[in-house]
Design a binder for this molecule. Structure first.
Ligand SMILES: C[S@@+](CC[C@H](N)C(=O)[O-])C[C@H]1O[C@@H](n2cnc3c(N)ncnc32)[C@H](O)[C@@H]1O
Ligand code: SF4
Length: 361
């Protein structure tokens, strides 16, 4: 049985210029057909599912109305056995939260929220083209607590064009003052096919790697001092509040993804649905496969993925998976630390995680 279910909701109140997740601006004409398609897709794989974690991501799942979310979650419950669910996460944008919606989601069984705050600074929110203000994000956080959510993650971004270390320190301070259960702090990446990438190529942005490294250090130190455990390079948790769904991904457990652009990994097979909402709906309506590509994961690929993901976590990677000489060189360069039979990135190694992983796989 597959214990991890992902549902991709490809709608957003407004498309952010740096974001490469598959999404589109909310389109009323498509929504009902999309919801029905997702339920049909779920029905087709329900017999293989006994989810312990469910993650609604996107896009912005709460771009859907309360009524649409009720239709979707109740529809899923009718098709899929929810009796083993421990964690049910929903991603939210602060502009799409209301007390009515938050309370309905609690009643529908959602017990974890991941909200994209990004920054508490008005200028930086504008730079990011965010649709919400800092006040709105604070109010949405309060609404979520009022609705009874006891497990809330806030997403933050650093390395934003024009962001100073003082602004980042302040963002961390304001975030900690709210007392969230989990914080994801991502360094901005310039993803191909985004407006930000285009602007970078035009020379409008000047990324500063040394400042990014300082902000990363500041994040680790500030959050550790506040009692958070950094269990993955970008993810920090209060004790016992790790995201079980992400842990399952990082440790290579089977998962099933519904919706456009969603990935599924089952045993040695991996597939990805088409990244096109209209095409996804049409496939499901016609009874054809909504899959864009499939691949077989051989043992070499599994090893590579295990190393790349595990290295990013505080559990590290079993040392026997690493080539001895390369690992020794990384230890000598201060990028890797070996403890009993496991290898961990040092702080310097964490800043170069992708390069370190590439050198040992
Ligand atoms: C699907 S969004 C979260 C929910 C909601 N859509 C929102 O933005 O508020 C996932 C998170 O990925 C992060 N993210 C998106 N694009 C990024 C980029 N180019 N670089 C770094 N982080 C990014 C943001 O922190 C964002 O909150
Ligand atoms: S960051 Fe979130 S709200 Fe913005 S476009 Fe990406 S998924 Fe949508």
């Amino acid at each position: 049985m597959i214990a991890h279910l992902y549902a991709h909701i490809p709608f957003c109140p407004k498309v952010c210029p740096y974001c490469s997740f598959y999404k589109e601006a909310s389109d009323r004409n498509k929504t009902q057909a999309f919801l029905e398609a997702m339920l049909t897709e779920a029905e087709g794989c329900a017999q293989d599912l006994l989810p312990e974690t469910i993650f609604f991501g996107g896009g912005t799942p709460t771009a859907l109305s309360t009524r649409q979310l009720e239709f979707l979650i109740n529809g899923l419950r009718q098709r899929v056995d929810f009796s083993a669910v421990k964690e049910f996460t929903m991603e939210m944008n602060p502009a799409t939260v209301s007390l009515e919606k938050a309370s309905a989601l609690r009643e529908l069984g959602v017990n974890r929220v991941s909200m994209g705050v990004q920054s508490w600074d008005a200028t930086l929110l504008q730079t990011l083209g965010r649709v919400h203000t800092a006040d709105q994000a604070r109010r949405s956080y309060e609404i979520l607590r009022e609705a009874g959510f006891a497990n809330i993650n806030l997403d933050l971004m650093f390395g934003i064009p024009g962001q100073t270390s003082t602004q980042w320190q302040e963002s961390l301070r304001v975030t900690l003052a709210l007392n969230p259960d989990h914080i994801s702090a991502y360094c901005l990446t310039y993803e191909e096919d985004t407006e930000y990438f285009l602007r970078l190529s035009r020379g409008e942005f000047r990324p500063d790697e040394s400042l990014d490294a300082d902000l990363f250090e500041m994040t680790m130190d500030t959050l550790a001092e506040a009692g958070f455990e950094s269990y993955e390079i970008s993810n920090h948790t209060r004790p016992g509040r790790e995201c079980l769904h992400n842990l399952a991904y990082w440790f290579g457990h089977d998962s099933l993804g519904l919706g456009p652009s969603a990935f599924s990994t089952v045993k040695n097979e991996r597939w990805k649905n088409v990244s096109d909402t209209s095409a996804y709906i049409a496939h499901i309506q016609d009874g054809t496969d909504p899959v864009d590509f499939r691949e077989t994961i051989d043992s070499a690929t599994r090893r590579v993925e295990q190393i790349a993901f595990s290295l990013r976590t505080n559990r590290g990677v079993p040392s026997h998976l690493l080539p001895v000489e390369k690992a020794a060189a990384l230890v000598a360069n201060g990028l890797l630390r070996q403890e009993s039979d496991r290898s961990h990135l040092t702080r310097a190694g964490q800043m170069l995680a992708d390069e370190v992983a590439a050198s040992v796989i």
